[in-house]
Design a protein around this ligand. Structure first.
Ligand SMILES: [Zn+2]
Length: 197
């Protein structure tokens, strides 16, 4: 057998000088400076449930989501007080469109900060369309089946979603806004609708 001679190409061993770091640069994102103190345990020991045939521990996990309503907070405060609050654009060119409900912090058309307006009780709307929900998604906090309704409210330029608390939904049916003022959930579920005819 004929042996082939391997040739190794020698690369230059001369090192390039490290690039000089400009003064005042910050470390790349995700890299923190070296910790100045020893790392300490902040967790707590887990309960050992069993050791045979393998070690099993209790590892409780919960998640609290801190959600802010931000500039829309007055809407949710209103529901607790039995008031449906919408917004208007202070810009006269937009204002003629009417009230935005659900509210928007800023006018979707001209981006001006909107102004709050309380709707007069009783708030009577009309069912624009509806869905009979038989299999809601995970986490639904009302009993089912239920009617999810889209309500057209006089003076509003939007159609608002909600749910019918009793009765059978029909397109064009008049509905009245109801508020969970006793033990409110502090969510949109504090607003529901009931037949008004
Ligand atoms: Zn506007």
């Amino acid at each position: 057998m004929k042996k082939t001679k391997k040739t190794v190409k020698k690369t230059s061993m001369v090192r390039k000088p490290a690039p000089t770091k400009p003064k005042g640069t910050v470390p790349a994102r995700g890299l923190s400076p070296k910790p100045s103190t020893d790392i300490k345990l902040t967790g707590v020991p887990m309960v050992v449930e069993k050791t045979d045939p393998a070690m099993v521990i209790q590892w409780p996990r919960t998640i609290v989501h801190h959600h802010t309503y931000g500039l829309l907070s007055p809407f949710f405060e209103g529901l607790k007080k039995g008031v449906l609050r919408g917004v208007r654009c202070p810009n006269s060119a937009c204002d003629e469109k009417g009230i935005w409900l659900p509210p928007r912090a800023d006018c979707p058309d001209c981006h001006t900060r909107t102004k709050w307006v309380d709707l007069k009780n009783p708030v009577i709307g009309e069912i624009f369309t509806f869905t009979h929900v038989e299999y809601p998604g995970h986490g639904i906090e009302i009993s089912y089946p239920y009617y999810q309704i889209d309500v057209r409210i006089p003076g509003c330029c939007t159609v608002m979603k909600g749910y019918l608390v009793r009765g059978e939904a029909k397109i064009g049916m008049k509905v009245r806004a109801c508020f969970r003022t006793k033990q409110p959930t502090n969510t949109i579920l504090d607003l529901s609708w009931e037949p008004a005819e």
